[in-house]
Design a protein around this ligand. Sequence first.
Ligand code: SF4
Length: 128
Amino acid sequence: MSISELRAHHALCVEFFQGKGYSPAFVDNMAELVGALRASDPLLTLRGAADGVCRSCPHNNGGVCDSAEKTARYDAGVLRLTGLNAGETLRWSALRALVRERILDAGRLCEVCGDCQWYDICSQAAVG
Ligand code: SF4
């Protein structure tokens, strides 16, 4: 599987993916994407809309997230804290390093996605 686009906040979700998710199809798709990111360190264009992670998500209604307010807010938080912009292209490793330095090491995950249903799992992994 190749990947060339990513919603900004999915850089965080990928970091903490532990084989759990909304459905078996979602988990399978996510596992493939995470493997592709780690294996090939692709160039990624940052999106503010549905991406390959959303492809198999049961909350994806024809390309529109049924939690669109939350997911857009999470994207905006990652962009604000990293200084990146939607439409910008950079390598996965560079995006990951920025997210690590400016959000995770800075203890700011809660500012981005503290009301996500998976936050307890991700925040524990972030400090673990
Ligand atoms: S708490 Fe939710 S939005 Fe934040 S990294 Fe985890 S799964 Fe992604």
